[in-house]
Design a protein around this ligand. Structure first.
Ligand code: FES
Ligand SMILES: [Fe+2]
Length: 373
């Protein structure tokens, strides 16, 4: 077989085994999900002191908790005695403490060891030292982001920086006041595909004309394959006849109060590596969090966020939810169709990226650098 030189308009993707090899996934758990800021929970999902949610971050089970002072804290979900998982339920609420189901060591909402059988006979035990292991936590955009690294990377550079890179500044997203919005709908997708296929798909719009008829109807410029992320600060404009970001282009809700005139009737999509996609439209936000669970399986939790007024007044959000729900289903179906091919000999050296996808090459470079680090 003769090897021909690759034409300049094409660049290579990652080889297929990056999407199928459990060892690559293990490296990603260590160097990506555990070492970066990982978007874990919507803060409002933990309404009162004692509310908790268990989240898998890389190889670790993490407990995010609303503590007594009203703030959020995160801990490794591991008992300091002999290592039993403290919480086995995905979410719930305790009154004032977590009790390990094995020998009943008990920790308060700040993680301190407060009781254990015969604890008074062990006066030399430091109750903070033997408390739950804390995990770094930052709240932003109404979500709790956790980081397992001993020295977390700069949140400003990594998380906020991704928004600035796309929108040009932070004010542009601040106008949506994401932390004050309410979850109008949440849909969880169990996608049988590697998380990178999902991120790559989200980053390009070459597929939009083929698989997203409703979306390209609302955003006609998406039909030519160039996603809006080509230009810093650019939001894709709604079609002339389109009244709102809904499945049939009919009217949505009023523009959120802070959204500027020049942001109205536009759609902005932002990828925050490694697992978050943010979509801004004038009257709501669609916020995706990925939870990679295996090399060929990713849970995606998608929140549709509206103003409190819209949700409290019981307005029907279904036409607005339906648009991106269809987009999600169309995208995830495409990813699931691609996943089995990753182990084919046809994809051993990977595939190719066309010019409107070339920026995905930067994602691949970023990833391979992290994995080698
Ligand atoms: S392992 Fe938790 S109390 Fe023993
Ligand atoms: Fe898509």
């Amino acid at each position: 077989m003769t090897t021909t030189e690759q034409p300049a308009s094409l660049i290579s993707t990652l080889p297929g085994h990056y999407y199928t090899d459990p060892q690559v996934f293990a490296l990603e758990q260590a160097h990506v999900f555990e070492d970066m800021w990982f978007c874990a929970v919507r803060s409002s999902d933990l309404p009162t002191p004692g509310s908790f949610k268990k989240v898998q971050v890389g190889r670790e089970s993490v407990l995010v908790v609303r503590s007594r002072d009203g703030g959020l804290r995160a801990f490794l979900n591991i008992c300091r005695h002999r290592g039993a998982q403290i919480c086995t339920e995905d979410s719930g609420a305790v009154k004032r403490a977590f009790q390990c189901p094995y020998h009943a060591w008990t920790y308060d909402l700040e993680g301190k060891l407060i009781a254990a059988p015969n604890l008074t006979k062990m006066p030399d035990i430091d109750r903070v030292e033997y408390g739950l292991v804390p995990v770094h936590l930052r709240e932003w955009l109404g979500y709790a982001w956790v980081c397992l690294a001993t020295e977390p990377p700069s949140f400003e550079d990594d998380v906020m920086g991704a928004i600035v890179e796309r929108l040009g500044d932070l004010e542009s997203i601040d106008r949506w006041e994401l932390d004050s919005l309410t979850v109008g709908r949440r849909i969880t997708y169990d996608v049988k595909a590697n998380w990178k296929l999902i991120i790559e798909n989200f980053m390009e719009c070459y597929h939009c004309a083929t698989i997203h008829p409703e979306l390209t109807e609302v955003l006609p410029e998406f039909a030519d394959g160039y996603a809006a992320q080509f230009f810093v600060g650019h939001g894709a404009e709604f079609g002339e006849e389109v009244q709102g970001f809904t499945v049939d282009g009919t009217e949505g809700f009023g523009k959120l109060p802070g959204v500027a005139e020049d942001q109205d009737r536009r759609y902005y999509a932002i990828t925050v590596r490694p697992t978050v996609f943010v979509n801004l439209v004038p009257d709501h936000v669609i916020f995706h969090r990925m939870f990679p669970v295996a090399e060929d399986r990713t849970i995606v939790e998608c929140d549709w966020l509206y103003s409190r007024d819209v949700v409290d007044s019981g307005k029907d959000v279904s036409r607005s939810v339906e648009l991106f729900h269809r987009v999600n289903e169309q995208d995830f179906e495409a990813c699931e169709r691609t996943q089995p091919a990753m182990s084919s000999r046809a994809y051993a050296n990977g595939g190719v990226l066309v010019p409107s996808e070339h920026h995905i090459g930067a994602f691949h470079e970023w990833l391979t650098q992290r994995l080698s680090g």
